[in-house]
Design a protein around this ligand. Structure first.
Ligand code: G3I
Length: 358
């Protein structure tokens, strides 16, 4: 827990976390920051990485950590059942290592990002064979290279209920809820030094569904720890909706509980879904920065995240543009750099967090 490590605007001086006085005033330059810098990074889409030298330059300039956005998923690694294609992942990883950048592995187990042959798995035996083989093969391949893995991604039901806490997936259907424990156990066996993370979305807002999703994350961690199965951290994807409030109190209580369970916290896929914001770019960029500032202030007030990773780096390429199309047809502005690679207020916040004190 951070105590005096936080800095805020001159007007503070009360030693309080002062979150509410930080976020709304001048969120662009003044946010609550950890006393020491937080590693900042971005997910890298291989198509853009190969084609755009400006992206490579920006990754070197603004990032400490790189995450292959899709190239460590089943869909990229295992076009067919037998072979493993590491070409995309190896390109990003080699670039990161050549330039002294950190790495995150995303993701060993997910219901999406699967090749057709995997989606067509019909038996428990086949699911178990391919599931176990995948984790053992991939984690072993990158042992000592990738220090942290999103072992499971989005395993909590979108709207969890007491009888159905987990998201439907081929893994749940064929292997039962124990697939989560198995994933962590196999990953730990393949690379005992790797830090193992459970990664999920919709953990930041003040509604009952989100609160239940947070409780389900805590329950899974407790189950794994009670069985002595290694788990080290939680990834908050943090795909923030511009029209939704940040549940500062709920988020801080959640993080405090995670810290009490010796979990690290990583912001793993930060971006802002701006489809409900006005058209004007400057207005949108300011609103996005204010929301990100509120969110970062809330998190940084109670922990020093293991990292802050955005899901892409430039508005030129974001999943949000396709998934959350604006009614006015304008391109989304969800990321720290605009489509011309110009830094936006969002980037100021990240670089402040990266440097530590403002
Ligand atoms: O690379 C192929 C290309 O060769 C092919 O021509 C093209 C058309 O089929 O597909 C390309 O691969 C696509 C890939 O994005 C790269 O563009 C995949 O089909 C497509 O499924 C993939 O979508 C990714 C999605 O996860 C599913 O894996 C998105 O880029 C990526 O941003 C998104 O990221 C997820 C996180 O992993 C988990 N959290 C949510 C987040 C957003 O959905």
């Amino acid at each position: 827990m951070l105590g005096t490590g936080l800095v805020g605007m001159a007007m503070l001086g009360t030693g309080s976390l002062g979150i509410d006085t930080l976020a709304p005033a001048l969120p662009l330059t003044q946010s609550a920051l950890a006393a020491t810098g937080v590693p900042v990074g971005a997910a890298v889409m291989i198509e853009d990485f190969r084609l755009d030298p400006r992206l490579r330059e920006a990754l070197l300039r603004y990032c400490d950590v790189l995450v292959p956005m899709n190239d460590l998923k089943w869909e990229a690694l295992r076009h067919d059942r037998d072979g493993f294609d590491y070409s995309g992942a190896d390109e990003v990883i080699a670039f990161a290592r050549r330039h002294g950048k950190g790495l995150r592995g995303h993701t060993l187990v997910w219901n999406d990002g699967l090749p057709a042959w995997a989606r067509a798995i019909v038996s428990r035996a086949e699911a178990e064979r391919e599931f176990n083989r995948h984790i053992e093969t991939v984690v072993s391949r990158f042992k000592g290279i990738i220090p942290v893995w999103d072992v499971v991604n989005e395993v909590i039901a979108h709207e969890p209920t007491p009888g159905r806490p987990l998201r439907d997936s081929i893994w749940l259907r064929h292997l039962g809820p124990g697939y989560i424990e198995t994933a962590f156990r196999l990953a730990a066996a393949a690379d005992p030094k790797a830090r193992l993370v459970i990664n999920d979305y919709d953990l930041e807002n003040p509604d009952a569904r989100t609160a239940q999703r947070r409780r389900e994350i805590i329950a899974i961690i407790r189950q794994l720890k009670d069985k002595g199965i290694p788990i080290h951290g939680v990834g908050l994807q943090a795909h923030l909706y511009a029209e939704r409030a940040v549940d500062v109190d709920g988020l801080q209580r959640f993080i405090a509980e995670l810290l009490r369970m010796d979990m690290t916290v990583t912001i793993t896929e930060l971006d802002v879904i701006d489809w409900r914001l006005p058209a004007d770019p400057a207005t949108r960029d300011a609103a996005v920065a204010k929301l990100v500032s509120t969110f970062l202030n809330a998190v940084l007030a109670v922990c020093s995240p293991a990292g802050i990773v955005t899901w892409g780096l430039t508005d030129k390429s974001s999943w949000i543009s396709e998934t959350f199309k604006r009614p006015d047809g304008l391109p989304a502005r969800p990321l720290p750099l605009d489509a011309a690679y110009r830094p936006k207020p969002f980037m100021n916040l990240l670089q402040n967090a990266r440097r530590g004190r403002a």
